[in-house]
Design a protein around this ligand. Structure first.
Ligand code: FE
Ligand code: CA
Length: 500
């Protein structure tokens, strides 16, 4: 670890500790604490199956001597109780310098349908305790939280307090976990302390900064996460290798690869999906017993460049009379992912079919004539959307729900296939922590989009989703003051989607 990195790490930990203690960072000397706590970035679990899950941590040390060049042994323990009286599994992982001393352990051999508690030991220290769950054999209920969009500079992550108190089985994060850019003219309550990331070291630093947030850490400790990225994990609005700077692919590809690698290093994702692969594989299935089929998509890595734009350019702009947006050869998923999803939809048998993905799925017309829409959403890839809708219209799919984020506002939309038959519902979560969209951004929403059943463009928060065989209840939870760590949350709307 370089001197710069050491200094940065020390600063990040001090900031986090200072926020926690609600005192100014300059007044504390935390050197003794930071050198003795390699677990300052917290712990996490993710992608649960019936007999296990993946565990994550990343070792950090302010004095860093043993971490700089050597791999460090990290011991893990899994217990059936939070006090670790009954340890049922223990083993060792390796924190390697070439992976920024991140540790990913894939756990198997556990019992289905129960909570487990886990912790790590390394360098003479013990980590905080996290709670994970395994998927049950059969299930008649699931509680999950849907979140997206957390801008470090624009808001505190206090909404996670309400989320943790709700005790979800799963936390689903559909992108913009980090932001790469500062926004001039937006409220700024804290600072990235670094310019826009471009290299692997930069992206690692940005991810580590996020992981110092105490509310984010608490949410990772509370339940397993299922994550997928959107654009800001790399660069706003990028589409495969097209980008807002119109850099040619050979120049943008290394930046994207660095961003992807840092993302995986900091997320509780199974290493088999990214280590020693020529390209990372983020789309995957995480099903909940016989109750919920959950397909998690990656609509960034493979998409064709946005329509009606110059070569290599990718910017989310309103497009008008853009015939290219409907061209059948355009894809937001890529052929392999689309075939994979189609195969899953063909063989559906669970009562609920959920598709978690990044961007607004339903049409969102900006004018009454229905000629204008945003290029970065599924509207820019309408033929791909119609093919997914055709899959949802299959008789095997009983209750289809698309889960989305990105637009920093809450929405509930009816989904119709090409023959205008209702085939499902879309739930869009607001930003967990970011500014709201500028007024008027979406035009006259209700007049131009009768399939939009609800929208709230003023609040940040998350969606709490309770699923049983007979109904799905979505509770849109809004934070009172997004600049505060402690702010009351309330429900802005609650919807019940009845099965069949
Ligand atoms: Fe966002
Ligand atoms: Ca986005």
């Amino acid at each position: 670890m370089s001197i710069d990195e050491q200094l940065w790490h020390r600063r990040a930990v001090m900031q986090a500790m200072a926020a926690f203690m609600l005192v100014a960072p300059v007044t504390i000397d935390l050197h003794a604490r930071t050198t003795s706590d390699p677990f300052a970035l917290g712990v996490a679990s993710g992608d649960p199956g019936k007999d296990g899950f993946v565990l994550w941590t990343r070792l950090l040390s302010a004095d860093a001597t043993p971490l700089a060049a050597h791999a460090v042994a990290v011991r893990y323990e899994i217990a059936t109780d939070e006090h670790f009286r009954h340890i049922v599994k223990a083993g060792q992982g390796l924190a390697r310098p070439e992976r920024a001393h991140a540790v990913h352990v894939e756990i198997s051999g556990l019992s289905p349908g129960r909570p487990y508690w886990y912790r790590f030991h390394a360098l003479g220290a013990t980590s905080p305790v996290g709670r994970a769950v395994t998927v049950p054999r059969t299930a008649d209920r699931l509680r999950m939280a849907l979140t997206s969009c957390q801008h470090w500079e624009q808001a505190r992550f206090g909404a996670y307090r309400d989320l943790v108190a709700a005790q979800p089985d799963l936390i689903l994060q559909v992108g913009d976990y980090i932001y790469e850019q500062s926004y001039v003219g937006q409220p700024k309550i804290r600072d990235f302390g670094a310019p826009e990331p471009k290299s692997l070291a930069d992206y690692r630093q940005r991810h580590a900064l996020y992981k110092t947030d105490p509310d984010l850490q608490a949410a990772h400790r509370a339940a397993p996460w299922i994550v997928t990225w959107d654009d800001h994990e790399v660069l706003n609005d990028y589409a495969n290798l097209a980008n807002r700077d119109a850099l040619p692919p050979e120049l943008f590809a290394p930046r994207r690869a660095a961003a992807y690698r840092a993302y995986f290093e900091h997320m509780p994702i199974r290493p088999s999906l990214w280590l020693e692969r020529s390209a990372p594989l983020l789309y995957r299935a995480v099903d909940w017993a016989d109750l919920v089929s959950l397909s998690v998509l990656d609509t960034r890595q493979y998409r064709t460049a946005p329509p009606c734009a110059m070569p290599h350019m990718a910017r989310n702009v309103p497009i008008r009379d853009c015939a290219e947006a409907g061209a059948p050869d355009r894809t937001i998923m890529g052929a392999a992912q689309e075939a994979w999803l189609a195969g899953r939809l063909e063989s559906e048998r669970r009562p609920w079919t959920l598709i978690a993905q990044q961007v607004f799925f339903a049409p969102l017309w900006l004018d009454a004539a229905r000629t204008s829409s945003f290029s970065d959403q599924w509207d820019g890839y309408a033929a791909n959307r119609n093919r997914v809708l055709a899959g949802l219209a299959r008789s095997a799919v009983r209750n289809a729900v698309v889960l989305s984020g990105d637009v920093h506002s809450f929405w509930l939309n009816d989904l119709h296939d090409a023959s205008n038959k209702k085939v499902g519902t879309e739930i869009v979560t607001s930003a967990l922590a970011a500014a709201s969209p500028p007024p008027g951004r979406f035009g006259d929403i209700r007049a131009n989009n009768p399939h939009v059943r609800f929208s709230d463009v003023d609040h940040a928060g998350y969606v709490l989703i309770d699923i049983t065989p007979s109904a799905l209840i979505a509770d849109f939870r809004a934070i009172g003051d997004r600049t505060q760590m402690k702010s009351p949350m309330s429900s802005v709307a609650q919807f019940t989607v009845e099965a069949d």
